[in-house]
Ligand binder design. Structure first.
Ligand SMILES: C[S@@+](CC[C@H](N)C(=O)[O-])C[C@H]1O[C@@H](n2cnc3c(N)ncnc32)[C@H](O)[C@@H]1O
Length: 228
C-alpha cells in the first residue's frame, strides 16, 4: 500500500475527512458555482475524499452525474456511508494514474487539494486529458504551490513526496499535455482565516500565523480545456 493511501485511510479512520470538508468547502463552492454545470453533464471528482464535493456537484443542476474517485478505500467507504440515494453520485476506489473510465467519458473534471499527491503527476494529467470529452474542461485547486510559502513544510511534516509546482509550472504542466486555454487564479476563502481563539493546530497549520498566511495566498485554481 502506498504511503499516501496509508495516510488518507488513517485520516478517514480519525474523522479528518470532515475537517477537509470544513477547510475546503467555501473555495470549492465558489469554483463549482463558476463551472456553471449543465443538466446531464458527467463530472469526475478526482481525489474525492469522503465525497462531499462529489455530492455538491451532483446537486448543482438537474441530472448532473458525479463520480468521485480516490485511492484510499477508507475514504471511499466514508463517501458511501455519507451518500444519500436521492443524489446522482457514486464513488470508486481508483488511482489518478490509471482512471478506470473510457476515453472521452466526462464533460468536466474537478479536483480539490489532491493532484499534487499523485505518485506520477505527468501520468495523472495524461489520464485526465484522455477521459475528458473534446470541449470538456478541468478545474484543479491546490493549496500547496511554490508561491504559497507557508505550505512549504507540508511534504516534510506529512512524510510524503509531494509535487511543489509554481503557478507557471502548473500552467505548463497542462499545456505539455495538450490542454488549451490554461488559466490560473487565486481563490480566497470568503470566511477569512477565522479567529485566533478557536484555532486548532495540526501538522499543516502549526500556528494561527500559518493559517493567516495560507489564507492570504489563497487556493491556486488552474483551469484548462480539451479542444473540440
Ligand atoms: C487532501 S485530500 C482531499 C480530499 C477531498 N478532495 C477534500 O477536499 O476533502 C487528498 C485526497 O487525494 C487522494 N489521492 C492522493 N493521491 C491519489 C492518487 N494517486 N490517486 C487517487 N487518489 C489519490 C487521497 O487519498 C486523499 O483522499
Amino acid at each position: 500500500m502506498s504511503k499516501v493511501v496509508e495516510t488518507f485511510d488513517r485520516w478517514a479512520e480519525e474523522g479528518r475527512d470532515a475537517e477537509l470538508e470544513r477547510e475546503h468547502h467555501d473555495v470549492a463552492r465558489q469554483v463549482i458555482a463558476a463551472m456553471q454545470l449543465k443538466p446531464g453533464e458527467r463530472v469526475l471528482d478526482l481525489g474525492c475524499g469522503n465525497g462531499w464535493a462529489t455530492r455538491l456537484i451532483a446537486q448543482t443542476s438537474p441530472g448532473v452525474q458525479a463520480i468521485g474517485i480516490d485511492a484510499a478505500p477508507k475514504m471511499i467507504a466514508r463517501a458511501e456511508a455519507l451518500h444519500s440515494l436521492t443524489i446522482r453520485a457514486r464513488y470508486e476506489v481508483c488511482a489518478f494514474e490509471k482512471l478506470d473510465f473510457k476515453d472521452n467519458h466526462f464533460d468536466r473534471v474537478f479536483s480539490m487539494e489532491a493532484l499534487y499527491y499523485a505518485a506520477d503527476l505527468e501520468q495523472a494529467v495524461r489520464e485526465c486529458f484522455r477521459v475528458l470529452k473534446p470541449g470538456g474542461s478541468i478545474e484543479t485547486l491546490v493549496d500547496y504551490y511554490a508561491e504559497s510559502a507557508a505550505s512549504e513544510p507540508w511534504a516534510k511534516v506529512m512524510g510524503l513526496a509531494l509535487h511543489r509546482l509554481s503557478e507557471p509550472g502548473w500552467r505548463t504542466l497542462f499545456e505539455r499535455h495538450h490542454f488549451h486555454n490554461v488559466t490560473t487564479a487565486r481563490v480566497i476563502d470568503s470566511r477569512g482565516p477565522g479567529g485566533a481563539h478557536d484555532f486548532k493546530s495540526d501538522e499543516c497549520e502549526p500556528t494561527f500565523a500559518t493559517k493567516e498566511a495560507l489564507h492570504k495566498a489563497g487556493t491556486l485554481r488552474v483551469r484548462a480545456e480539451k479542444q473540440k
